[in-house]
Design a protein. Structure first.
Ligand SMILES: Cc1cc2nc3c(=O)[nH]c(=O)nc-3n(C[C@H](O)[C@H](O)[C@H](O)COP(=O)(O)OP(=O)(O)OC[C@H]3O[C@@H](n4cnc5c(N)ncnc54)[C@H](O)[C@@H]3O)c2cc1C
Length: 502
């Protein structure tokens, strides 16, 4: 048994999402004694998977950044290499095929010029503005991609990086408090094109350009053409599986079905955790990969929430969760040139509404081994609030699932004619499913600003108001997405390593 109430470990990580696993592997590689406690049966959280009837479904993420071979922003590649494990990835030639109002059909090609030319052909009067806007995103990316990405809470690192890359650092300081909308409007005037920039942001930040930090946009809008979007062979779940393999090789441990119910405090300092089965563990440092809401309202006494957290909750709210359709379909439903990722929106006014925008991933177009021969996986999901799914009888809940799923399938028939008739398998997940299996309050996708904020300035780093307790994952800087939470993991492990003198 790795650790018991009598033994003090170096670090306990609560949760094995990608943020938690990157923290754990980085620290284990530095020689720390690390224990990861995961409430579920497998690692990965929102980057996990499940298997049914010969299909291997990704529970959430499937458009994966961070697997490039060059630069410094390829954090998933680096996280795996740090613990001597490798993962084969499959390049995706198109990030997204958009199906938008007014028959606006657009593909974001891996090749930057091809994308800019396709977009400019739709908005020829904005050719110059389009180029200037996306080029400005490259400026942000080039600054990030020039430096080693570690903890911004570590003054010696900041000084070193500043002297090594002064112009890149000054560039980032300039963009840190900025949002995409303000910059887009400096270059672009066409209202429909500005709507397109909105959905370019919304599809990963779940807020429009006005509220989306420029730093994140610089990463997303450029890395898709630089490192590209690459799908892990064997499914997204492989990333977490490989990180666990690396963790164990480096001497760390993970326990499954180990739900932490309480972070133990002594004299106001975090010193250990208690599990649902009553077992306790102690460590010099505790890391929570649960959301900030779960950490400060469930694992710690909500009535003693530190002022800093209360302030954060005034600035950020929980985004909606998703209604997810995991479909197995006959191959003939998809025409030969179908792309892996699609976004469908019929009315701009409904972009942010529940069930307004539909996201689709068809990972079997890249890795056919995830479905039985002659079949594909279609994962369709759309924002949905927990409130819609509460206080329903079991029958009413099932009926609502069925009705909503039918509506989504009906809408998807527009881009995939024959989808309904070609269905072989269907599993519907609601915000309740996300809450239950991912352990995330209200099944939320993550924090979104309550109002327009100064870019990323309000996002907290890894240290918390409680001594010895750190947070990692999507409710820390720089936010949602696998590569973003990997960044958070690198930063968290760096800060802890310095604190422990490793
Ligand atoms: C439908 C959907 C689609 C997405 N698509 C993409 C995409 O295409 N590309 C992309 O990059 N990102 C995507 N994302 C976002 C991305 O998946 C997340 O931002 C990221 O995986 C979050 O990682 P995390 O480290 O913050 O933790 P999580 O994934 O939330 O993992 C936290 C882990 O902690 C465990 N845990 C929680 N509480 C406890 C406890 N008390 N005790 C023990 N264990 C606990 C949980 O079981 C879980 O395993 C998507 C998300 C969803 C839901």
């Amino acid at each position: 048994m790795p650790g018991s109430s009598s033994q003090t470990l170096d670090v306990i990580v609560i949760g094995s999402g990608i943020g938690g696993l990157v923290t754990a592997t980085q620290l284990a590689a530095k020689g720390a004694q690390v224990l990861v406690l995961e409430r579920y049966l497998i690692p990965g959280g929102s980057a996990g998977y499940f298997e049914r009837n010969g299909y291997r479904f990704d529970v959430g993420a499937s458009m994966i950044f961070g697997f490039g071979r060059r630069g410094t922003t390829n954090l998933l590649t680096r996280a795996l290499e740090a613990v001597n494990v490798r993962l084969e990835t499959l390049p995706d030639p198109v990030q997204i095929h958009y199906h938008l109002p007014n028959q606006l059909e657009l593909k974001v090609h891996r090749d930057y010029k091809q994308f800019i030319n396709e977009l400019s052909a739709k908005f020829p009067h904005e050719r110059e503005g389009i180029r200037r806007f996306y080029d400005e995103c490259w400026k942000v990316f080039n600054c990030l991609n020039a430096m080693e990405l570690l903890s911004l809470e570590e003054p010696r690192y900041l000084t070193r990086v500043f002297f090594q890359h002064p112009f890149a650092c000054l560039g980032l300081v300039k963009y840190l408090p900025q949002n995409v909308g303000d910059i887009a409007r400096q270059h672009i005037k066409d209202p429909e094109l500005l709507k397109f920039i909105d959905i370019e942001c919304y599809c990963w930040s779940v807020v429009p350009a006005e509220m989306t930090p420029m730093i994140n946009a610089g990463m997303v809008f450029s890395d898709r053409h630089y490192g590209g979007i690459n799908y892990p062979k064997g499914g997204v779940g492989q990333i977490a599986q490989k990180l666990v393999e690396g963790l164990e090789k480096a001497g760390g441990h993970i326990e499954y079905q180990a739900r932490v119910t309480q972070i133990l405090l002594e004299n106001g300092k975090a010193v250990g955790v208690q599990l649902a089965n009553g077992q306790t563990y102690r460590a010099k440092r505790i890391v929570s990969n649960a959301t900030r809401w779960d950490t400060f309202e469930n694992l710690l006494p909500a009535e003693q929430m530190p002022a800093r957290e209360k302030k954060w909750q005034q600035r950020y709210q929980k985004s909606p969760s998703f209604l997810s359709l995991h479909l197995g379909v006959k191959s003939e439903v998809l025409s030969p040139k179908t792309e892996c990722h699609h976004i469908l929106l019929e009315d701009w006014a409904k972009m942010e509404e529940p069930y307004g925008t539909i996201f689709v991933s068809i990972p079997t177009l890249l890795d056919p081994s995830l479905a039985p021969e002659g079949h594909h996986i279609v994962h369709a999901f759309t924002p949905s609030w927990m409130e819609d799914w509460q206080n329903l009888s079991p029958t009413a809940y099932e009926q609502q699932k069925e009705a909503k799923a039918n509506e989504i399938i009906h809408r998807l028939e527009k881009i995939f004619p024959g989808l309904d008739a070609g269905l072989d398998y269907q599993e519907v997940g609601t915000p309740r499913t996300h809450r239950r299996f991912l352990g995330r309050k209200d099944g939320t996708y993550g924090p979104i600003p309550q109002r327009k904020l100064l870019g990323l300035l309000g996002m907290p780093f890894n240290r918390t108001a409680i001594s010895g307790l750190y947070c990692v994952g999507d409710s820390t800087f720089p936010g949602q997405g696998l590569n973003a939470v990997a960044f958070s993991g690198f930063a968290c492990s760096h800060r802890i390593a310095v604190d422990l003198g490793l």
